[in-house]
Design a protein around this ligand. Sequence first.
Ligand code: ADQ
Length: 457
Amino acid sequence: MSRLIVISNRVAAPKPEGEGGAQGGLAVALSAALREYRGLWFGWSGNKADTFTGHIDFQRHDGVTSATIDLEEQDVEEYYNGYANRTLWPLFHYRIDLAEYDRSFAGGYERVNQRFAETVQPLIEPDDLIWVHDYHLIPLGRQLRDRGVRNRMGFFLHIPWPPSRLLVSLPFHEGLVLSLLAYDVIGFQTEEWLESFTNYVERELGGHCEPDGTIRVGGRSVHAAAYPIGIDYKEFSEAVASPGAATAFERLKKSADGRRTIIGVDRLDYSKGLEERFLGYRRFLEEHDECLGKLFLLQIAPPSRGEVHTYEAIRESLDELSGRINGEFAEVDWVPIRYVNQGYGREDLAGFYRAAEIALITPLRDGMNLVAKEYVAAQDPEDPGVLILSRFAGAALQLKDALLVNPYSKEDISDAIAKALDMPKEERIRRWQAMNACVRDEDVVWWRRSFVEALAG
Ligand code: ADQ
């Protein structure tokens, strides 16, 4: 069996239980996928160095070998905080109003991709399969090819691919997309993002896309397909059954004191639709005064990307909005929103999900959304909760039995909460069974196998 070299911006070892922290979906999914595979995971250590040396730090943790490099301050500013998180992230989440185009960001992005290519290349053996992840490293495949790497190479995009009409607002968009064609396999979370990509290839590059996923542009032929990412169902089920989860479950149930719990768990990011969610919940409180004092929203949202100013702004506006709603509706013995800015370990989260009768997961745009899948996996089969899910999350294409809502509509969110609270048990069970079968069968192992099979050719 060939080795697998996974390359992503950050390499994150799973955190020990209790340490919490806002470990993103990519980290959670990849550590699960690599645990049983021979190979290594290469990326940025998260540390800064005065000057870039190319020194690689090898570590072995929980069955995964990682190889990391430090980056210079300027690299981090231009490549990570700049091009990745201030240009591509907003644009790819349909927020051209927030996307910043700065030549220095684009230059830093190219430079860091070159640095990745230079340092990882000597580690690559002829039979290795190379699997590059996410929007930080789109040009890496091209950089490696330019250095003579002939291995099979795949790229997986964890976030949405934007419609062509938005993507063309990016200066030098054509070069970025052409660099993707250096890979042999290009994976997206859903058919919808794949469609936007093939549309771009046909409209802007004059390419041709065949029904079997073959994309031809000039002399180059690559395979593009949807590979929806899943959770590590087995690991998560173990977390659900753990004593830690039972403690967290009890803690939440006890403090709920007979009130029903609606849960939201998200990185604090404008793409997650938290303001719109709070406003939808507020509308529900307004329209259902019979429910005041009988339920609450537990929103867990650890801050992320604090060095990017749009994230400071969203944090401030959520502090203000949650405070305003609580001030408006709270009683001496009840607050409608418990807004918590910290991360929790897997077992705690599993217990909280299970204790909540409803999950309210309403991103404005999301590549997939693993929280929705974790909530489903954590439910009691005899008495499952109800998932309210944004129709604009990639997960909505698989979890069709959730209550799908338009996250921009306060009314839609309010109506869905009312419907979830009243849903008969038989209907909850029927919907949950269908969703759980999908979350269980199309898990992270299935995702990794499907992608790696295509990559192996
Ligand atoms: P994210 O935007 O980070 O991932 P998501 O898929 O929901 O979004 O994954 C978040 C992960 O972090 C989940 O595993 C969740 O449990 C964990 N997490 C969130 N808040 C937490 C908290 N307070 N404490 C502890 N853990 C927390 C990106 C894309 C997604 C895509 C994933 C994977 O934006 O669309 O699903 O990658 O491809």
